[in-house]
Write a protein that binds this ligand. Structure first.
Ligand code: C5P
Length: 312
């Protein structure tokens, strides 16, 4: 295929959930959330190469060692039509009529099924790149609508902000100011399926309430306390937790709790699980302490990465 124009190369950052409260299940089957999302300087790289072949699309996936760490072949071994980048391109084309042929190369580093938003970030990145190549046919609000149709975490990646208080199904995004954080990411080497984790959480609550009605946490801490102030301070860590942590089967739960405890022992000012798993993270004040923790945890776990939060 003859190449038409210069290639556009874009970084698709990983996210992590510093805090994640799951509210009630809604009539559309999704749950209301209260979460603090952060973007990291660790992620995938996507390149978009326009070619002279209208409506064609070829996606070349290159899985690095990190991306395969969870052994999740259902996410790495899928037909092109099921790839979320393909879905993003198809949706964009259907809404805009943009038919430029494209070869898209995705260099995957974010572990698949690891709770770090790899697929969501790639999808948002594809929407933004296509909109740029096509001369901005969609405004910001339309891009957000398309993003929400692709997945609950996708809208966050459309926003420029690198940190946000996220509510609703994932589409209500309030930018947050945060201090610089050094992170040690640890993945235990198995994936976690989001829909199954939500089901486990529903069952857990049903059982906890004696099977009568689902018990839902009271109004979550940040929506309640911080609606006026959108600056995050490290003392806020005391109000943070992840509602998924208690709901997993014993084996997974003990792996997560073990990693989190070790991160705290190694000097993290906060440690938790990202999303519905399976990556744990520790927040450190300095690069040296984050690297020291990585050195210790790297002896046991295959995926251990030190990165920083992106600042804006
Ligand atoms: O939107 P996404 O495709 O990431 O969601 C995957 C699954 O996770 C949904 O089908 C739903 O079961 C669950 N989910 C939810 N509430 C949310 C986000 C996801 O119940 N806010």
């Amino acid at each position: 295929m003859p190449v038409l124009d210069k290639q556009l190369t874009v970084f698709a950052p990983a996210k992590l959930n510093l805090h994640l409260v799951v509210g009630e299940k809604r009539s559309d089957g999704f749950h209301n959330l209260e979460s603090i999302f952060l973007k990291a300087d660790f992620g995938d790289t996507l390149s978009f190469l326009p070619v002279d072949d209208q409506n064609s699309i070829k996606i070349v996936m290159e899985f690095g060692e990190d991306a395969c760490i969870t052994g999740n072949s259902s996410l790495t071994d899928i037909p092109q039509e099921e790839n979320i980048i393909y879905k993003a391109v198809s949706l964009f084309r259907s809404k805009t009529g943009f038919c430029q042929g494209l070869i898209i190369k995705a260099e995957k580093r974010i572990p698949a099924g690891g709770g770090l938003g790899g697929g969501s970030s790639d999808a948002a990145c594809a929407l933004l790149a296509l909109n740029q190549i096509a001369g901005s046919p969609l405004n910001f609000d339309r891009l957000l609508e398309l993003a929400a149709a692709l997945g609950s975490d996708v809208p966050f990646f459309i926003h420029e902000t690198n940190a946000a208080l996220v509510t609703g199904r994932g589409e209500c995004i309030k930018p947050l100011k945060t201090p610089r954080m050094f992170l040690t990411l640890v993945n235990p080497g198995f994936p976690s399926d989001t829909a199954s984790a939500f089901r486990l959480l529903d069952n857990y609550r049903l059982q906890a309430s004696g099977g009568n009605k689902t018990s839902i946490p009271e109004s979550p801490p940040f929506t309640r306390q911080r609606s006026a102030s959108l600056r995050l301070r490290k003392k806020d860590f005391t109000n943070m937790y992840n509602d998924f942590l208690p709901v997993f089967p014993e084996r997974e739960k003990s792996v997560y709790n073990g990693i989190i405890a070790q991160l705290m022992e190694l000097g993290a000012c906060f440690a938790s699980l990202s999303g519905s798993g399976s990556t744990c993270f520790g927040v450190f004040n300095g690069k040296d302490s984050a690297e020291n923790a990585a050195l210790v945890l790297g002896k046991k776990w295959k995926f251990v990465r030190v990165c920083k939060t992106l600042l804006k």
